[in-house]
Design a protein around this ligand. Structure first.
Ligand code: BG6
Length: 297
């Protein structure tokens, strides 16, 4: 189909009434509606659909860098502002799955000189939406990388949102500086920008990879997050972000910030005091990061 700015989209529909929309630009998922017709994803009313700037909202794909450790490359990398290819749409009894792909080109190699293949797989069922980003190193040498699913969850009022499941984790507080221990639910009463580090022991079954979004005292959504490198499950980082008025970018005019919370699973790297040692992906190996959204009310 066609979306805003005449950009190409793919729509997934399930017999239950659930639906999803993905722009080929950035492979940005911009809508997920449950069978009751309720929109679960936030897109900014000020989002720009010019096929150049990353779409503000939805699920931008962060790759190959988080933030801007390499100043010569755009913040959060180029995947979210590249034109992807629709590889397939498949329907089965359970649901529909779309697969989008992006491989290196002269343009990407000018920014980041590695060969890679990305595959973004979105599966819609009556009860859930699952997104998986697969990164394959198609070059002859290992590369360092970072990746996240930068999901903007639609909420009714950020001031009443809680994020549960991160208690006991350490976070880097990008808003205030320093490192803190999360004690219980995350509340977002003001500008919040935190990286919850993925230091938990996966073998203990306590990786805190599953989080819940709480609104008005009830759970509105369960989110299962997973990451792996070369087939080995990895503790993942989770970024929680809301800019409030003070940090709202130009394409997110206030008071739109009230209507979302970003909960972003990723492979950012090993935190070593103040610096991050990025994960390496061996030649030929695959890294995966996935997020399954299960709305509960
Ligand atoms: C978050 C970062 O993931 O993304 C924030 O932790 C950043 O620091 C936010 O401000 C939005 O980034 P951008 O590039 O989409 O404005």
């Amino acid at each position: 189909g066609k979306g805003q700015g005449d950009l190409d989209t793919v729509e997934l529909r399930h017999a239950s009434g659930a639906s999803a929309q993905i722009y080929l630009f950035g492979a940005t998922l911009t809508s997920y509606k449950t069978p009751d017709g309720v929109e679960r994803i936030f897109v900014s009313p000020g989002a720009i659909f010019d096929g150049k700037k990353a779409i503000r909202g939805g699920v931008p794909l962060v790759f190959p860098q988080f933030g801007q450790p390499d100043k010569a490359m755009a913040q959060h990398g180029f995947a979210r502002s590249s034109h992807w290819t629709l590889a397939s749409v498949e329907d089965n009894i359970e649901g529909s799955t779309a697969t989008l792909t992006l491989v290196d080109s002269e343009a990407t190699r000018a920014l980041w000189n590695h060969s890679f293949a990305l595959e973004f797989v979105v599966s819609l069922t009556a009860a859930s939406l699952k997104m998986t980003l697969k990164v394959t190193n198609t070059s002859e040498a290992p590369f360092s990388f970072q990746t996240l699913l930068h999901t903007y969850f639609r909420v009714s009022d950020i001031g009443e949102v809680g994020v549960r499941g991160l208690g006991g984790r350490t976070y880097l507080d990008k808003a205030n500086g320093g490192k803190e221990l999360q004690v219980s639910d995350v509340a977002l009463p003001s500008f919040t920008d935190r990286v919850y580090v993925g230091g938990k022991d996966l073998a203990s079954g306590n990786a805190a990879k599953d989080v819940l979004i709480i609104q008005k005292g009830g759970v509105s959504c369960a989110i299962c997050n997973e990451g792996s490198i070369a087939g080995v499950p990895k503790p993942i980082e989770i970024v929680v972000w809301n800019p409030y008025e003070e940090k709202s970018p130009g394409d997110l005019p206030p008071p739109a910030f009230k209507e979302f919370v970003c909960v972003e699973p990723g492979l950012i790297g090993q935190m070593k005091d103040d610096f991050v040692e990025m994960h390496e992906l061996p030649a030929g190996a695959v890294a995966c990061i996935s997020q399954k959204i299960i709305p509960t009310s």
